[in-house]
Design a protein around this ligand. Structure first.
Ligand code: PLP
Length: 441
């Protein structure tokens, strides 16, 4: 019996009792490799002594001070650290408590910016199909996952969606990567012109699409083209790095690999690493100055923003994650994972694509490799793989609806950055075994 409204109603999930490094233990004495860091959260694994100590030290000083009265040293230090490391002119930080809150804040910042600079007619948000930006009303509206949006559609603010960069399924026969990128950038430009170039406020995208598509990155000139089009029409570019940021792809910020910087960037999961609920928006000096010279504030706020214990945890996480040796491990272990998955699953008739960057890898499952036909959604192949992996002592993050919110299945892997070569091999073996068992049942 449970009094919690769990994610699915029925028997309660297994009970986690402890965690250490990349492992989680349950009450039955079972040990799992956390091959996905939950949902790409636990970037330094569990119970990291330095992070725990940083939180304890902060707790012993002060645990909470409302941001309308005080700032704290922990929050100020975090802002300096992150803005020094951030690309472009992302010179200011706004702290929240998670990814959806960060997206909500970024959307409101975009809107208030245009109100402040005297362009109040700018109101349209453009995002991409098959994206995920969170579950609150504004973030859900921005997201392009049809299934998640469906029941709430009548109450979602109007948002417009263009195609994602999804080479495996949507790059045409004979089309080069840069022709494909140019086609998608032209689609974005056409959408801006259709809505009215002086009516659009922001384009929102994940540099590497996570939960809804399974680690799908674009080629470099796609995001450069996006940046150019946004600049041409004065549209703000919001990059959502809630899942792919904070070192996950092998650079501290995912967009570094695309050679661009946004006007607003959201981060969350890897910022708190699961130790504390924390998210943030990095904003450009131009946006900050518009607020400063206009209203004098950003018209927003939540009770727990700038929480000192969350900021203390994040300070330590940033120190550890931004260490070049740690990022190097992400890149090397990521390549090893890609190779391991390739050799174990590359010939599988049920694996269409293995992709990603750094320790952010996706495996797209198919019923037929040649035609790329997906499994019948009623088979819930993603759920089968998740169960089979758990039975083999591996946590991975499979999801259905990869193609259009209904059809398609993928498995997302996002192990902690401290993972060793042996552990990477075990992750690859267990996930391959789980996929084979599920697809041939
Ligand atoms: N944005 C992206 C890209 C995400 O992957 C997620 C969560 O998966 C969110 C936003 C929402 O974050 P949260 O679940 O912390 O609200």
């Amino acid at each position: 019996m449970t009094r919690i409204l769990h994610r699915t109603i029925g028997p309660a999930p297994r009970t986690a009792v402890s965690g250490r490094g990349i492992y989680i233990m349950d009450t039955e004495g079972r040990e799992y490799i956390d091959g996905s860091g939950g949902a790409a959260v636990s970037c330094l694994g569990h119970n990291h002594p330095e992070v725990v100590r940083a939180m304890q030290e902060q707790m012993a000083k002060i645990s909470y001070a409302h941001t309308s009265f005080f700032t704290t040293e922990a929050a100020e230090e975090l802002a300096v650290k992150l803005t020094d490391l951030a690309p472009g002119d992302l010179d200011y930080l706004y702290l929240v408590s998670g990814g959806s809150e960060a997206v909500e804040a970024a959307l409101k910042m975009a809107r208030q910016y245009f109100v402040e600079i005297g362009e109040p007619e700018r109101r349209h948000i453009i995002a991409r199909r098959q994206s995920y930006h969170g579950n609150t009303i504004g973030a859900l509206a921005a997201g392009g996952n049809a299934w998640r949006r469906e029941p709430f559609k009548p109450i979602l603010p109007e948002t417009h969606h263009v195609s994602p960069y999804y080479a495996y399924r949507e790059k045409q026969e004979g089309e080069t990567a840069s022709d494909y990128a140019a086609r998608l950038v032209a689609e974005l430009e056409a959408k801006i012109l259709e809505l009215g170039s002086d009516q659009v406020m922001a384009f929102v995208a994940e540099p590497v699409v996570g939960a809804t598509m399974g680690a799908v990155a674009a080629e470099a000139d796609y995001f450069q083209g996006v940046r150019r089009v946004c600049d041409k029409y004065g549209v703000l570019l919001i990059l959502d790095e809630v899942m792919c940021g904070m070192g996950r792809t092998g650079t501290l910020f995912a967009c570094e690999q695309d050679g661009i910087a946004p006007d607003l960037m959201t981060i969350a999961k890897g910022l708190g690493g699961g130790y504390q609920p924390i998210g943030a928006v990095l904003l450009s000096g131009r946006i900050y100055n518009a607020f400063r010279d206009g209203s004098g504030f950003f018209q927003h706020g939540h009770t727990y923003i700038g929480h000192p214990i969350a900021a203390a945890a994040a300070n330590k996480l940033v120190d550890l994650v931004a260490d070049p040796a740690m990022l190097e491990n992400v890149r090397r272990m990521g390549e090893r994972l890609q190779e391991g998955l390739g050799s174990l699953l590359g010939q599988s008739p049920f694996v269409g694509d293995i992709r990603g960057r750094g320790l952010f890898r996706g495996i797209e499952l198919v019923a037929d490799r040649d035609s790329k036909a997906p499994f019948d959604p009623s088979l819930k192949m993603h759920a089968r793989v998740k169960r089979a992996a758990m039975d083999r002592g591996l946590l991975c993050y499979p999801m259905g609806g990869t193609i259009d919110g209904r059809q398609g299945d993928h498995v997302l892997l996002a192990p902690p950055y401290i993972v060793t070569p042996d552990e990477i091999d075990r992750i690859a073996e267990r996930v391959a075994d789980a996929i084979k068992a599920s697809t041939t049942e």
